[in-house]
Write a protein that binds this ligand. Structure first.
Ligand code: NAD
Length: 365
């Protein structure tokens, strides 16, 4: 098949491109090589055509779509900083432009696969002993300032327990999550209305070799490993007991391949199905790096973070896909790769400073 990967010069795109090539597909990439991830020509494997362009520009889509049958849409703006306008310009407007061109009918595209995110769930599903299954509101600023991390039941305000969250209910708690939901809704609605096969893959926290350390704003493993490489202990946000589902980029690439080749239209969580606390991740990294098990927990929090992310992967498993890599292998691989990289400090200090200055990361009282 002829596949266009938007954002194909990025972390997930490059790995998926390699896998697709090895399976005999023809791959091209639309990417504007946005900083801070890119600071030079990307290391794309031979045989992949790079269309340098921007998903916000109609003429760049026209050039890139030529001859392609499937679009894997990964290009997006990801940010915890308050760049709200850009989130919607790149993510929502970019996706709307794609469908504008598909509906005009001058392309061979019959399927769109969107790389989405757990950010659309916000706090996800909880169980309250009194009110049953509930979906908490985004956590309130006053509660976080007091260091109250767990969201209450939205009905009785009492304590509730986090549950695995399936694909059915979405309630984003950040501007980024809203922009991903806007993308999803465009893909679903316009795909169905205009008979274009569509798939939405909601990825967990994707890890692995070559995750760009230049973008040190988010990604627990990347940030912990960067600090460790600079001789500093990992700093856990909140109390470190937040649950996350970490998934290896190779497993995500296999899910992308299945979506392109065979999965039925629909929305799927793509995650390992094994939740770990952020503290577990830090301890695992310290162990594989052979360092003292020392972490710092100063009570900082990041505005817009959900407390727990525990996706249900039953649907994708039923379709024959299952994650293979475990937490320790992911941590070891990233740590080994990072040792070979130059100039780590330049990126890390800048990101930490910016997050504090913009009030994105704050200290509880
Ligand atoms: N990495 C994760 O943990 C994670 C988790 C959930 C969802 N996702 C989703 O996966 C997708 C890919 O993520 P990634 O981790 O590979 O990110 P990445 O930043 O490594 O790659 C994104 C690519 O998009 C390109 N890009 C950005 N703006 C563009 C524009 N306007 N026009 C064209 N290209 C543009 C960038 O140059 C980059 O190469 C995203 O849609 C993201 O929402 C990633």
């Amino acid at each position: 098949m002829k596949v266009l990967i938007t954002g194909g010069a990025g972390f997930i795109g490059q790995r998926t491109a390699q896998l697709l090539l090895s399976k005999g597909h023809q791959v091209s990439v639309l990417d504007n090589l946005a900083p801070p991830v890119h600071s030079g020509p990307p290391p794309l494997p031979a045989g992949i055509e790079l269309v340098e362009g921007d998903v916000r520009k109609r003429e760049d889509w026209v050039r890139a779509l030529k001859g392609n049958e499937v679009v894997l849409h990964l290009a997006d703006h990801q940010d915890y900083l308050p760049s709200f306008g850009k989130l919607f310009q790149v993510n929502a407007v970019g996706t709307a432009l794609l469908f504008e061109l598909l509906v005009e009918g001058n392309t061979a595209v019959r399927k769109v696969v969107l790389g989405s995110s757990m950010a659309v769930y916000g706090e996800g599903k909880y169980r309250c002993p009194k009110d049953g299954d509930v979906y908490p509101e985004p956590r309130r600023a006053e509660a976080l300032e007091r260091g109250t991390w767990d969201p209450p039941c939205p009905v009785c305000q009492g304590p509730a327990t986090p549950m695995v969250t399936d694909e059915s209910v979405v309630r984003p708690a950040s501007a980024y999550g809203l922009s991903k939901l806007a993308q999803e809704q465009l893909v679903r609605l316009l795909g169905e209305r205009h008979d274009i096969n569509w798939l939405i893959l909601r990825y967990g926290a994707v890890q692995g070799r070559a995750q760009p350390f230049q973008n040190a704003y988010y990604g627990a493993l990347r940030i912990f490993a960067l600090r460790l490489a600079l001789g500093k202990p990992p700093v856990l946000l909140e109390d470190g007991n937040q649950l996350r589902d970490f998934i290896d980029v190779e497993d995500v690439s296999r899910a992308n391949l299945s979506a392109i080749e065979s999965l039925a239209s629909g929305t799927y969580n793509v995650a390992s199905g094994r939740a770990h606390t952020v503290a577990d991740l830090a301890r695992t990294l310290l162990r594989v790096a052979g360092r003292e098990p020392a972490v710092e927990t100063p009570g900082r929090y990041r505005v817009g973070d959900p407390r727990h992310v525990v996706p249900d992967v039953t649907k994708l498993k039923a379709a024959g896909w299952e994650a293979q890599a475990g937490l320790e292998a992911m941590a070891r691989e990233y740590w080994q790769w990072l040792q070979e990289q130059p100039n780590l400090d330049a990126y890390f200090e800048g990101a930490e400073y910016l997050m504090e200055r913009t009030g994105t990361v704050r200290l509880a009282r």
